[in-house]
Design a protein around this ligand. Structure first.
Ligand SMILES: Cc1cc2nc3c(=O)[nH]c(=O)nc-3n(C[C@H](O)[C@H](O)[C@H](O)COP(=O)(O)O)c2cc1C
Length: 187
């Protein structure tokens, strides 16, 4: 099984998850930042990771996802919102919708990732009532996000991708159902 892991990451959160997934898929799994990613045609399956930007995959990941044809694909992502939120679910769904119909979605994983403090500083400037204004709830969410991805997130990602790999390896073409996970909040 030739596995390809491609990730798009601005501040390192998604890269960390990608590296954890690579650990579990083994040395022979190829790992590339999206900027240098190869054509997936030469691989048996592709894992694509992105950071959530405005409720979907970031632009670089979008372009990569849209170009994939006839591959089993699994997705993972990091985001500022809680991983069990509607926003997390719709962000994964929006990214999956970018895939051409010739591909097969094997599963997804999403966890929180710290939000760039410069962005939070910008949010602080918005007046109360603005959609991005910082409410106590949003500040708390950013404080929680600042702890992620943590060791538990990385282990959860590894478990999801090990399960997908185990289903793929015995016999390609056998029944493959989706594996989906969102990390629980940590205390
Ligand atoms: C410009 C920008 C837009 C973002 N949009 C969203 C968003 O729509 N929803 C969300 O939950 N997080 C959003 N985030 C937070 C990032 O998805 C999150 O911090 C992610 O873990 C960053 O990953 P990276 O370190 O791999 O770049 C945004 C961050 C930036 C910088």
């Amino acid at each position: 099984m030739k596995s390809l892991i491609v990730y798009s990451s601005l501040t390192g959160n998604t890269r960390k998850v990608a590296e954890a997934i690579r650990e579990v898929l083994g040395e022979e799994a190829a790992l590339f930042p999206v900027e240098n990613a190869p054509d997936p045609a030469a691989y048996d399956w592709v894992v694509v990771g992105f950071w959530v930007d405005k409720g979907t995959a970031d632009k670089k990941a979008q372009a990569y996802l849209e170009a994939i044809r006839s591959k089993p694909v699994a997705l993972f992502a990091t985001l500022g919102a809680y991983p069990d939120s509607e926003h997390a679910a719709s962000s994964l769904k929006n990214a999956a919708a970018l895939l051409d119909g010739s591909n097969q979605l094997l599963g997804t994983f999403i966890c929180q990732g710290k939000v760039d403090p410069r962005l939070i500083e910008q949010f602080k400037k918005f007046p109360a009532g603005h959609p991005h204004a910082l409410t106590p709830e949003r500040l708390e969410r950013h404080r929680e996000a600042a702890k992620h991805p943590d060791a538990k997130d990385l282990q959860a990602a590894q478990a999801v991708f090990a399960a997908i790999r185990d289903r793929l390896e015995p016999a390609a073409g056998q029944n493959r159902s989706e594996v989906t996970a969102a990390c629980g909040e940590t205390n």
